[in-house]
Design a protein around this ligand. Structure first.
Ligand code: FPP
Length: 227
């Protein structure tokens, strides 16, 4: 029943979740990883085609080194623990972002995950890692210049140079923790996305919350600029 083909999530509020409990920020990220696990499964079961998760933005490098290290550690843990299950569930793992600027161990592990699942035909789990929407657009422009094939491009051609080439645009963008900003996320692709925000902090965002967001989406009347 009108399940969004592509859901993209800005997973926000891990730090505040930890602070509320008097815990270090990394505990919040760890709890956030558990939500990732549950929401991925819920999305598969609901029949979502693409789930994009904003795991690390180009701006996140401005955080303390220890937090960055912790976040990458959690990502590694997630892939190591979940890869075989994701594969069994026919999930195809994809990464968007300035991938090769990431630490070498992450690059290796992520490559293993994308290669292992490359032939899967189920849900695409698209992880935005070292991702920035403006950077994505600039990278696309530079690729076009370097290739030197086009003197002029249209939207259709331009989209082929984005990290998300081949994926549908997100129908629904969810942001947790009561913030109402796009924060450099899928700037091109979210032109007509429905935006859903909730006060719930990411570590508290579970299957029930995802289903609530989907049901709110189903009530929206999308006109894509028409009447
Ligand atoms: C925002 O919370 C969250 C992040 C910057 C990282 C999201 C990472 C995870 C959920 C962990 C693992 C990810 C995967 C894909 C396995 P914040 O730190 O900005 O929270 P705050 O605004 O309350 O400080």
């Amino acid at each position: 029943m009108n399940i969004p083909k592509h859901i993209a999530i800005i997973m926000d509020g891990n730090g505040r979740w930890a602070k509320k409990r008097g815990l270090p920020r990394l505990y919040g990220h760890h709890a956030g990883m558990k939500s990732v696990r549950e929401v991925v499964r819920a999305a598969i079961n609901a029949g979502v085609g693409v789930l994009t998760l904003y795991a690390f933005s180009t701006e996140n490098w401005n955080r303390p080194k220890s937090e960055i290290k912790g976040l990458f550690g959690l990502l590694k843990l997630f892939i190591k623990k979940e890869l075989s299950d994701l594969h069994k569930n026919n999930v195809k793992v994809k990464i968007i972002g300035r991938f090769f600027a990431l630490p070498i161990d992450i690059v290796k592990l992520v490559k293993e995950a994308t290669e292992k699942t490359s032939k899967n035909t189920g849900m695409i789990l698209n992880i935005a890692l070292n991702y920035g929407g403006r950077q994505e657009i600039v990278d696309a422009v530079n690729k076009i210049i370097t290739e030197g094939v086009y003197k002029k491009v249209d939207e259709k051609i331009f989209e082929k140079y984005l990290y998300t080439t081949g994926l549908p645009s997100p129908d629904l963008v969810i942001r947790t923790s009561g913030e109402n900003r796009i924060s450099n996320f899928l700037l091109w692709q979210s032109a007509y996305s429905e935006f859903y925000t909730t006060e719930t902090l990411w570590p508290d965002f579970k299957k029930k919350n995802l289903m609530e967001a989907i049901s709110e989406y189903q009530k929206r009347n999308r006109r894509f600029g028409g009447l």
